[in-house]
Design a protein around this ligand. Structure first.
Ligand code: SF4
Ligand code: SF4
Length: 330
């Protein structure tokens, strides 16, 4: 459909479904009970494929679930990625940081293996499983090791623990002020409250998560995005790398008008278009996040039928904007 694809910049390995926490509304529904994980050989194979077929990728993110449950395999794969010139980041709930000294020891070993960046997750739901103090110890240790550290705090309008709570914690506020620890509130979807009767600010622009990451799930499927609802979407599942090459699976996305439309205009514009065609009220404010709106668009057959029926009027503006964005990027 298009002549020039957008090259991804990041490899994201969803290494395991296992987690030391079991947060209600975890977008991947991870828990200590789940076992599926990537083997060391699988992860090495994926890194080899990316080095060969995606030369623009310079960073590798190890996430989950809780990637540190991989134990020494995590050290080995970080080392493997690092010697292949990929900058390595882990995303973790910080369960291992039971004291500052233990956190320092743990992180030092990962840094020696090649870890470049630490990304911590916390918030009201996480703290039911992992005490907040561990986030502080992990940050203090990372700062001592001069490692970049970011903390994502799950955020809903009802959140009690927010970035303000952390910024006012004397143990770490100075490092936050100096920019050594970056703290940000990240929208958290209450999946059990599908529609919310309140107004929320939502990104009404394009989806910036498409076409920038090779994201692979523990069962070996390439995912179109790391969006909060992607696990439940057959549509965003691009297929198994065991059947086709990563490159082929990635490139095939560019034949799909829906993904291009999400990328150029975003879920909110598509939702408005659908409401207009159906002649129903636009209630976009009821969705807590663009990913939940996206999920509802993609999983509804009537929506897809409307889009198919109007394809010739949609294509020109999508193609024009795609080319415009692509020209800006190159
Ligand atoms: S810590 Fe993260 S991966 Fe683990 S259950 Fe909570 S949200 Fe899911
Ligand atoms: S808006 Fe849709 S395509 Fe974009 S990240 Fe969210 S779920 Fe994925």
């Amino acid at each position: 459909m298009i002549s020039k694809i957008i090259e991804p910049k990041i490899l994201s390995l969803i290494t395991t479904e296992k987690c030391t926490a079991a947060c209600h509304n975890c977008c991947f529904q991870c828990s200590p009970r789940l076992k599926q994980r990537m083997s060391l050989e699988d992860m090495k194979f994926l890194i080899d494929e990316v080095i060969k077929d995606f030369p623009m990728i310079l960073a590798c993110v190890f996430t989950g679930g809780e990637c540190t449950t991989l134990g020494t395999d995590l050290h080995q794969i970080i080392n493997y990625a690092a010697i292949n010139n990929l900058k390595c980041r882990i995303v973790t709930n910080g369960h291992w940081a039971v004291s500052e000294s233990r956190a320092l020891l743990f992180l030092k070993q990962l840094k020696d293996a090649g870890l470049h960046e630490l990304n911590l997750s916390t918030g009201d739901e996480h703290q039911k499983w992992i005490p907040y103090d561990r986030i502080v110890y992990a940050c203090q240790a990372a700062v001592k090791l001069e490692m970049f550290v970011a903390v994502n705090i799950e955020s809903t309008p009802e959140s009690k623990f927010t970035s303000v709570s952390m910024k006012s914690d004397d143990r770490i506020s100075r490092e936050i002020m100096l920019g050594k620890v970056v703290v940000k509130d990240s929208l958290w979807i209450d999946f059990d409250k599908e529609h919310l009767d309140r107004t929320l600010e939502m990104n009404d622009g394009p989806c910036i998560n498409l076409f920038n990451t090779i994201s692979v799930s523990p069962d070996g499927h390439l995912q179109a995005c790391c969006g909060l609802t992607c696990k439940n979407s057959i549509y965003l599942d691009l297929g198994s790398y065991r059947k086709h090459s990563l490159r082929q699976l990635y490139i095939e996305q560019f034949d799909d008008l829906m993904k291009l439309w999400l990328y150029t205009h975003g879920p909110k514009k598509i939702y408005s278009f659908l409401c207009e065609k159906k002649g129903v009220a636009n209630e976009s404010y009821r969705y807590p996040h663009i990913c939940s709106m996206c999920h509802h668009i993609l999983e509804n057959k009537e929506n897809m039928d409307i889009i198919k029926a109007n394809i010739s009027s949609i294509i020109p503006s999508v193609m024009l904007k795609y080319q415009f964005i692509n020209n800006l990027k190159t």
